[in-house]
Design a binder for this molecule. Structure first.
Ligand code: RUB
Length: 311
């Protein structure tokens, strides 16, 4: 039988290695792992339980530094209450379940809200593999709109391959392009639709590397740039002035034989920042908002947490 901590470390490793990836899924996986851990650990007292789950939360938080869905999920699950051990256990499990449910509902709702902006005959460009951006695309298609998608490869990890397989499975006409072909095709595109790892207090977007260059091309071509982001992708820390850490991944992801070269190094940031002025709208589960409203979303949705952090 695997021990609770071993199981949690296994999930943490699957997040770190990107077997589990995409901000929404990372958040849900972390919530689920904390729940499983809390339900299966043996603790002699509430204090011991608190210490153990805090340690487990730390392990999960240290897997991928950028996605705020991870820290927001962990924070929400860790709001458990209980006067004794069993009450605390079940309160934590309930928090985890309601986070997962809220996340799945949000993705569906964003699909409905975002798809209203997509018209019959539209061409959509998407980057990387975002379950929430794909929810908009699929909902538009399922409602009978004749749409076409252009998907980028998204080097170095080729998440675009996951995207084209999903689109193919749904029967949506799709074209795969190399990342550097975006400028060439952008005049055919009606909407760029991408997901988010983080939305900052000023409405800027942190998403897969290459997103910012696509936003620049879209802005120059007057193509609408839509972000699909649940409210738990908004970062409370950025209100406090903190910068979003950008994950740097291994050189080998870009060039496997880098160790054979003496004078070359690889820089491999996983994400970049798209300034809010290039974003037309952020589709959230509470509505399609201008990026400038992000501060209010953070205050409204995550405000209680901010207060607690200040104490
Ligand atoms: C994935 C990525 C996705 C966002 C949103 O990066 O940048 O666009 O996470 O995804 P990685 P979703 O592959 O490095 O995790 O909409 O599914 O949350």
């Amino acid at each position: 039988m695997t021990l609770p901590m071993e199981e949690l470390l296994d999930t943490a490793e699957r997040i770190r290695s990107m077997e589990i990836r995409g901000a929404a899924l990372i958040g849900r996986a972390a919530a689920g792992a904390l729940k499983d851990f809390a339900l299966s650990i043996e603790a002699a007292s509430l204090e011991e339980f608190n210490g153990e789950v805090r340690r487990a939360a730390e392990v999960l938080l240290n897997t991928r530094p950028t996605a705020v869905s991870l820290s927001n999920a962990v924070r929400i699950v860790m709001r458990y209450r209980g006067d004794d051990l069993e009450a605390a256990r079940s309160s934590l499990a309930k928090n985890a379940d309601s986070f997962v449910e809220r996340s799945l509902k949000a993705v569906e709702r964003i699909g409905e809200i975002g798809s209203r902006r997509v018209l019959d005959g539209d061409v959509i460009l998407t980057h990387c593999n975002s379950s929430v951006a794909l929810s908009i695309i699929k909902t538009a298609f399922d409602s009978g709109k004749d749409i076409r998608v252009i998907a980028t490869e998204s080097r170095p990890r080729y998440q675009g391959h996951l995207t084209i397989k999903a689109l193919d499975g749904w029967g949506i006409e799709t074209e795969l392009i190399v990342d550097s072909a975006v400028r060439t095709v952008i005049n055919e595109v009606d909407h760029v639709i991408v997901g988010a790892d983080v939305i900052t207090a000023n409405g800027s977007l942190v998403n897969k590397i290459g997103t910012a260059a696509i936003a620049l091309a879209a802005s120059e071509a007057r193509t609408s740039f839509v972000v699909a982001a649940e409210t738990y992708k908004f970062s409370p820390e950025t209100i406090m002035g903190e910068l979003v850490p950008i994950e740097m991944r291994s050189p080998e992801e870009v060039y496997p034989e880098i160790s054979k070269l003496q004078h070359v190094r690889v820089r491999n940031p996983a994400f970049d920042v798209t300034p809010h002025r290039y974003i037309d709208v952020i589709c959230t589960e509470i509505g399609a908002i201008p990026p400038e409203m992000s501060y209010l979303v953070i205050k409204e949705m995550l405000g209680g947490e901010l207060e607690r952090q200040r104490l």
